[in-house]
Write a protein that binds this ligand. Structure first.
Ligand code: NAD
Ligand code: WQD
Length: 338
């Protein structure tokens, strides 16, 4: 297939590009590198033994998108590009609407113009808000906890409305739980700009001495050890789910959501323990107050992904921590930035 991948240089995008190349697909990445480096694409090419074409461009530039899509005659689009920092979205809500929502609308318009109506979109478990029950399945009511989450709801709704209005769209709305880990080579991985707010990258940076200790946000939840529980998923498992989704888009009648998680949760203390094991040293932590807006526990029901895509996560927490650590150790400062 010929695949147009937005945000192909990012954390999840670069791992997916590698899987697409390995499977023999042709890939064009469209990325403005606002939160990534083209080095990730170079390394994905090195690992795959073939390369993706890299186009530098911005989703907000509709003409550039149209030009790139018209030129390439693509079979499907995989849309990772977007901003994802919850705190930043609270401070700059319009930036998130422009970049994520308007950017996605531009992409859909350009796709229609170019005659390509097959799309895989990066949605998120954030669309479930504070879960009413666990595991969360795709029928769970949706709500937003912050402006970032609201952009995912708006984009999902845009896809539902478009698919209802026009025949011929096949759209997979993939709702990721908590992606962690890195490719086993340690050559590509997550490279957060600034101080990470997500648990795994913060824990790993603490292990290399970039922070004195991890703050555990809440130890009095009604969970087995009192700390928050999440459904962490290895990024390579996630990337392979994208391969299954693009190759099976014809099964998506209009726009349909699918959870991508493992179906089991781990606590903050379990993550710190697994990371300490992987790093071969005790990672210091302190119990702290709860973080506002956090759910006590969230894990997904992955049954639909298995039924529809024949996909199931293969990697457990020890492997996630070992692979994330290898990447962190080999690239303590992340990718070289241009
Ligand atoms: P990332 O920041 O590493 O990757 C996003 C990529 O999109 C980056 O390369 C960035 O430069 C690019 N980009 C952003 N805005 C752009 C624009 N206007 N034009 C062109 N390129 C642009 O993030 P990621 O973790 O790989 O996330 C990928 C997608 O998955 C995002 O849509 C994110 O919201 C979603 N998601 C991520 C997580 C997570 O925890 N990492 C969880 C659920 C959903
Ligand atoms: C995980 C657990 C924290 C940091 C976020 C987004 C969500 C989705 C996935 C994109 C929680 C605890 C964290 C720390 C801690 N992303 N924690 N100390 O909050 O589940 O979800 O990423 O769509 O939208 O909100 O992930 O990694 O921030 O937190 O104790 O320094 O770790 O309280 O229990 P979260 P996270």
């Amino acid at each position: 297939m010929r695949l147009f991948v937005t945000g192909g240089a990012g954390y999840i995008g670069s791992h997916a590009v590698l899987e697409f190349l390995r499977a023999g697909h042709e890939v064009v990445s469209f990325d403005n590198y606002c939160n990534s480096s083209p080095e990730s694409l170079r390394r994905a090419a090195e690992l795959a033994g073939r390369k993706a074409e890299a186009v530098e461009g911005d989703l907000r530039d509709r003409a550039a998108l149209m030009e790139a899509l018209r030129r390439g005659r693509f079979d499907a689009v995989v849309h990772f590009a977007g901003l994802k920092a919850v705190g930043e979205s609270v401070r700059q809500p319009l930036l998130y609407v422009e970049n994520n929502v308007v950017g996605s609308a531009n992409l859909l318009v350009a796709m229609r113009e170019a005659g390509c109506r097959k799309l895989v979109f990066s949605s998120s478990c954030t669309v479930y808000g504070l879960p009413l029950r666990n595991p969360v399945d795709e029928s769970h009511p949706r709500s937003a906890l912050n402006p970032y989450g609201r952009t995912k709801l708006m984009i999902e709704d845009m896809c539902f409305d478009l698919a209802a209005a026009e025949a011929g769209w096949n759209i997979a709305l993939l709702r990721y739980f908590n992606p962690v880990g890195a490719h086993e080579s340690g050559r590509i991985g997550e490279d957060p700009a600034g101080i990470p707010t997500n648990l795994m990258p913060f824990v790993m940076q603490t292990a290399v001495g970039r922070h004195p200790h991890v703050e555990v946000f809440g130890s009095d939840y009604a969970t087995p050890d009192g700390t928050g529980v999440r459904d962490y998923i290895h990024v390579v498992d996630l990337a392979r789910a994208h391969l299954a989704a693009v190759e099976n888009l014809a099964l998506f009648a209009g726009a349909e959501p699918v959870n991508l998680g493992t179906g089991r949760g781990y606590s903050v203390l379990e993550v710190i323990r697994a990371a300490s094991q992987a790093a071969g040293k005790d990672i210091p932590y302190r119990l702290a107050v709860r973080r506002e807006g956090d759910a006590p526990e969230v894990w997904g029901d992955p049954a639909l992904a298995l039924r529809k895509l024949g996909w199931k996560a293969q990697r457990g927490l020890a492997e996630m921590a070992a692979d994330h650590w290898r990447w962190q150790k080999q690239n303590p400062g992340g990718f070289p930035r241009p």
